[in-house]
Design a protein around this ligand. Structure first.
Ligand code: CMP
Length: 365
């Protein structure tokens, strides 16, 4: 939240600083926000590079190789671009227009804090073929109406429609149905071309919009995999429940998709539920050792049973699909299914003993 606030305030101040009427007091404020933002972003950049080796996937690389690989990831490059303009200005001075554009690109830092951009990129990637095809169609239509307009208007308005490339500007503005009106056909054929261009523009521009919209629906459906009766019945802990109870559990389980490397539960956090692993592998950072949990396992039960806080941190080693069961729903389910309750308690006791013995092993005699 703090970083998002710094980014937004800094970009707003950068934009405001370009308003000529704004007084010296505002400019001082702007310079302060710039100083504070660059300081925070620099510390953030270095801290992220430093801790990147905590990623479970880094085990095969030396820490510095992994840090270098981290520095080349798109998000790290965005972080670097966010701080670079100020250092460029500091070293070389001037070039304010250039660094202004880089400064505004800081907005991309927000990419990290919202999954929405991931969805947009995933949609564009998945739909790239039909999108390229529609852009080809748009280009052909643009060429067609620009050529027609050139033929119709070149003698009447040689300064505006003197060549096909010169007619492109009018063609794009017409196809996009913006129609600024700064250049307009005056001959009957030119006007007919303009009308045709406006209609074709609506049709051709509707195509990418439709493709992207349906791509979004598809992507969202893929992300939120659906909790079915069959899926719940496959979870070992639920296998012995009656069919109707499985159906009621399916209603309260929430599907969660986790990216590789993300933290699912953090040591010391309040618990709001427990998780069942459908696919993927998770790493439990138990005291003194790391335990891997796989499809069919569950975690997050200890804090629910103790009514306390998370005992350890659990991270996704790979991309995972999990089912989340809320604390209240868990209690309700456990109260109605003593076998299930006993099994969860048995596993929790086993894990507690495992952690205690590991902690004892590490104590000096
Ligand atoms: P909870 O304490 O709620 O949050 C962290 C979870 O990690 C914990 O519940 C257990 O489900 C799991 N966990 C803790 N220690 C171990 C262990 N030694 N082996 C496997 N899982 C564990």
């Amino acid at each position: 939240m703090a970083l998002v606030t710094v980014i937004v305030v800094n970009i707003a101040a950068t934009a405001m600083a370009t308003v000529p009427e704004i007084g010296e007091a505002w400019h001082r404020f702007y310079r302060w926000t710039e100083f504070v933002a660059v300081l925070i972003f620099t510390v953030e950049y270095l801290a992220r590079a430093w801790v990147s080796v905590e990623d479970p996937r880094s085990v095969n690389d030396s820490p510095w190789t992994w840090r270098l690989r981290h520095a080349l990831t798109p998000l790290a490059i965005i972080d670097l671009v966010a701080i670079l303009p100020s250092y460029i200005e500091l070293v070389f001075g001037g070039a304010w227009e250039f660094t202004l554009i880089l400064r505004v690109l800081r907005l991309f830092k927000l990419l990290r804090f919202t999954g929405a951009f991931d969805t947009i990129f995933a949609v564009i990637r998945a739909e790239r073929r039909p999108l390229i095809a529609t852009f080809c169609v748009i280009t052909v239509v643009l060429l067609l109406i620009s050529t027609l307009a050139y033929v119709a208007e070149r003698e009447a308005q040689p300064d505006k429609f003197g060549s096909i490339p010169a007619a492109f500007y009018w063609g794009i503005v017409t196809l996009a149905t913006v129609g600024y009106g700064d250049i307009a056909p005056i001959t009957p054929l030119g006007r007919a071309t303009g009308a045709l261009g406006a209609v074709l523009g609506i049709l051709t521009f509707a195509m990418p919009a439709g493709i992207i919209a349906s791509g979004f629906m598809e992507e969202l459906r893929r992300r939120d995999f659906i909790v079915t009766w069959q899926l719940v019945a496959k979870v070992p802990l639920f296998r012995h429940l009656t069919a109707s109870r499985i159906a009621s559990v399916a209603l309260v389980l929430r599907p969660v998709r986790i990216e590789a490397g993300s933290t699912v539960v953090r040591k010391g956090e309040e618990a709001d539920g427990m998780y069942f692993i459908v696919t993927g592998e998770l790493l439990v950072e138990a005291p003194g050792h790391t335990v891997m949990l796989k499809s069919g396992d569950f975690f997050g039960e200890m804090a629910l049973l103790d009514g306390g806080k998370r005992s350890t941190t659990v991270r996704a080693g790979t991309g995972c699909e999990l089912l989340h069961l809320g604390a209240a729903e868990f209690r309700q389910l456990a109260a109605g299914a003593p076998d299930l309750d006993a099994e969860v308690r048995r596993v929790a006791d086993e894990r507690r003993r495992d952690n205690e013995s590991s902690t004892a092993d590490r104590q000096p005699a």
